[in-house]
Design a protein around this ligand. Sequence first.
Ligand code: HMG
Length: 425
Amino acid sequence: MTINWTGFAKKTPEERRELLQGLPLSDQSSAILQADQQLPLAIANQMAEHVLGRFSLPFSLVPDVLVDGQLYHLPFVTEEPSVVAAASFASKIIKRSGGFTTTIHQRQMIGQVILYDVSDLEQARQNILAQKEDLLDLANQAYPSIVKRGGGARDLEVKTYQDQANFLAVFVKVDTQEAMGANMVNTMMEALKFPLEQISQAKSLMAILSNYATESLVTAKCAIDLRFLSRDKKEARHLADKLVLASQFAKIDPYRASTHNKGIFNGIDAASLALGNDWRAIEAGGHAYASRHGSYQGLTTWTYCPEKEQVLGELTLPMPAASKGGSIGLNPSVQLAHDILGNPDAKTLAKLLVSIGLAQNFAALKALVSTGIQSGHMKLHAKSLALLAGAEEHETGPLVQALLQEQHMNLATAQKILTDLRNNG
Ligand code: HMG
């Protein structure tokens, strides 16, 4: 059954939940959704330490995100106004332009065992590589369940660092299947510490997963028709040029790049949080990737194609998304989020997350190079004030328009305008 999302923003949470009954949700998810069921305290107490209670944030939905020809409805958890509106706005335009196309380059996690005081770096490197297969076997023996599931340690590389401490790092690539795999990789790396100390005649410093997941790169692309930038063709072309300039400037100025990338992660973090994924790990990998050329740069690239009259967007990111493991099975809202998406696998989640990052960047840049960011914010703020003032649906439009003309937009002004509107008509 296809859902008609028209007017979704104007519905009440109850009406939106009712509409979602049109999705093929499990009975359990339907119950979680209808009851707005929260994380049980007993489970919260198992997930973290010194627990006092639970902490709530808005759980929202970005409908109709078209990725590789398939529609997804992406749950978002964010406290920041206009993030969901911007993602919905951009996803709608990108869907009408043909949607996102994505490429998964690889899907492996990297673990590191770091050794120091290595007296002969080259000899140690050769000795380790000579025992590569045995070391991979040892890693796999330390975590047999992932081998049974078809994953496991796949490859091993050695990097040496000629300096005071004579560091040597062993990089192990692990197929973690549906999990992000931090526990799995850490267990494997710790199992390799002692054998590596012996082989290299050195001391181990640490053994840990790397969040710079360069073996889990994903690219999302979109091609947006010029007409969606403005109805006026000349203005649309002008905005397209400014969008391209915005992407160029973010490549050369780290102050702008930081804000540019923050906008990308507005969407990726919100969806990762809803999906119970480790958004700190995803952010850390993304920011390291933004510095891969030696300076911190904007992560998206926007160009203009005059032949097709389209703006082309591209984003590549390390995306160690997970559909299993961590707190995913524990939190009812997270289970619901996966069910709303149709329980996709980890690779599909990774494609969705990178796509929504690109969408979020498009919305922010479009606003920045046209009306400015405050105009959208003020419009949303005016809507919230109108609702807070008690406006009925038919009163919201005129009240918002009137509020946007005011110098001081606050609840008292909204209430006064609403009273005047009611008295006059
Ligand atoms: P607009 O053109 O005024 O919106 O844009 P509209 O009222 O004409 O509605 C257009 C569509 O936007 C709607 O279609 C919705 O899809 C969506 P419809 O449903 O009407 O057919 N939309 C909404 N969806 C849900 N709830 C709403 C809502 N309103 C519109 N209340 C909009 C308004 C906010 C979308 C636009 O101005 C925008 O995209 N602005 C960017 C906002 C943004 O990026 N916010 C993030 C916080 S700022 C930041 O942290 C990042 C930044 O610093 C990054 C950077 O610098 O690069 C900006």
